[in-house]
Design a protein around this ligand. Sequence first.
Ligand SMILES: Cc1cc2nc3c(=O)[nH]c(=O)nc-3n(C[C@H](O)[C@H](O)[C@H](O)COP(=O)(O)O)c2cc1C
Length: 380
Amino acid sequence: MKAVSVADYRIIAKKRVPHFLFEYLDGGSFAETTKERNNSDLESIALRQRVLRDVSEIDTRVELFGHSYEMPVALAPVGIAGMYARRGEVQAVRAAEAAGVPFSLSTVSVCPIEEVSRVASKPFWFQLYMIRDRSFMRDLLARASEANCSALIFTVDLPVPGSRYRDYRSGLAGESRLSGNIRRIAQSLLRPHWAWDVGILGRPHQLGNIAPVLNRDSGLEDFLAWIGKSFDPSVSWQDLEFVRDNWDGPIIIKGILDPDDARQAATLQLDALVVSNHGGRQLDGVSSSVKALPGIVDAVGDQMDVLVDGGISSGLDVVRMLAMGAKSVLLGRSWVYALAANGQVGVEHVLELIHKEMLVAMALTGCRSMAEIDTGVLNS
Ligand SMILES: Cc1cc2nc3c(=O)[nH]c(=O)nc-3n(C[C@H](O)[C@H](O)[C@H](O)COP(=O)(O)O)c2cc1C
């Protein structure tokens, strides 16, 4: 099957990676209502078709934190992306650079910051979770700064993990070490290409940023246990000061869904926020990010950049989010489906598809630049 859309890449990804990995990526929390809303609310936004507006020159470039990018799209931080293709984060950062968009490296990536920075020729973004051990956090921030990361994403919507039932059904969570291993190995053997290319040649399968504090021969379950023990549920607004004191560059707070929280964030001299419900993986039943977006833009849009993610799978979706007030968007699952299906080439292709779809959507709504995409392109 030749992939011509993100939906195609999802189908191919499902055939390429072991069941437990596909389910971890594709799933949301609880009944997946919010995950579905992210998609359906976005899809239901009608655009206005406009004609005869000279759309021969269209500029999709955007400036974020002093850097110019080819389009207002970034790769969102996705944990263990390096399990979806051999040294996956390295392949993804290369694809992002080729497309001229930012790449965000998760705290819980497979490849450590240093491995990614060795291949990166431009600065990338680093994402941080609040971890109980503050000296470990300080070290991580110093490593990110040493690696020339140009912005820090501080994710605040995961003081505790959401209930992701698919992971319990697939064997990723809730099993004894032995039975979990047997189930995952059995699923991996059904994907021989992945088993050789990633399972064998893609080692070590560690959480590269965390490996220094664990034993060298720790397995995936040791890392998952470390996350369970180490993420800090006591995280509060005061902790932003700790982050500010230990990071000199721009700070993006990710996981805001409520205008009151956005207003609070705006008092802290942060550079941007990401309207996000973690791709419907945290509190199921909350609003889609696109529904939450306009209220947050109204509350703080003149004080900080407002970015958004959740359910974006086409250039049309990007235009919809910009029309609702976002300055830029982040792609989560969309880039990882492509990574799983075809590595760096797949991610580059998805970014190219999204760019082309954006150009068409802008031409047919009569917009020539980012500044022209506003509520006027919405058919309300
Ligand atoms: C498999 C998976 C792992 C994720 N890991 C992280 C992470 O480590 N850090 C983080 O801030 N967000 C993480 N997210 C959330 C994404 O950054 C993003 O908010 C979400 O995927 C956007 O929704 P979308 O997948 O519908 O595009 C993860 C999402 C998925 C699907």
